[in-house]
Write a protein that binds this ligand. Sequence first.
Ligand SMILES: [Fe+2]
Ligand SMILES: [Fe+2]
Length: 176
Amino acid sequence: MKNVTLEQIFLHPITQKYLKRSGVAHAIAVAENAFMFAKKYRINPDHAAKAGLLHDVGHFTWYRNGEWDYDLYKENDIHAIKGASRAHKLLIRIGEDRHAAKEIAVAILLHTDSYLPAGELKLTPLQQVVTLADEADEEDGGSHHYRKIDSDQALECIRALDKCIAEEKNLSQKIV
Ligand SMILES: [Fe+2]
Ligand SMILES: [Fe+2]
């Protein structure tokens, strides 16, 4: 099975297009958080980091009179549904394992309960990790979506995370 890296996902034009909407810095921070939480809770760090990176690719830009309208967003947003579908299509296109692609897409679908009945879902550990990772990077008024990161620095972070994931994979293969 071909190993799909975060770098491949990150550099894909579809990822670049949609991450620019929801914030590259936020996506990278959530991927890093998800990797750390995955290690802590002993779940697959590769799946967690990929879901973290792609969790907000479903965002639409809710503008009214040239300005972001938070009420319009709250009322109409389905970014987790769109994101899950978009991420799944992208992952399959890049060559991700089908089972992994599904796990990642469902974690994206459930990373927010903004459109779901409260408290009625029982999340898997991967889904909890992605939700925690996102919440850990949230700022008041959604300003985490507007934090900037230089593109060279972004790619450096992604490569560093790929290295950490590869090290974790090697470690777990040695243990098994
Ligand atoms: Fe989100
Ligand atoms: Fe987010």
